[in-house]
Design a protein around this ligand. Structure first.
Ligand SMILES: [Zn+2]
Length: 55
């Protein structure tokens, strides 16, 4: 199953987008419905400098 990674650019650390769930930032996987009705995964990475505290 393919996954799409969303991660902050120019973050303090390098995000592991190959093995997203093992990334140091503790990313959050979210299921999303694609246009064709199938379910895909969006891996949301978290910035480590506090930019995403509102999420
Ligand atoms: Zn990450």
């Amino acid at each position: 199953m393919s996954a799409f990674h969303v991660y902050p650019v120019a973050d303090l650390v390098e995000h592991d987008v190959e093995n997203g769930e093992n990334c140091v930032c503790g990313p959050t996987p979210r299921p999303v419905k694609r246009d064709d009705g199938s379910i895909g995964w969006v891996i949301t990475h978290h910035s480590l400098d506090g930019r995403e505290l509102t999420e």
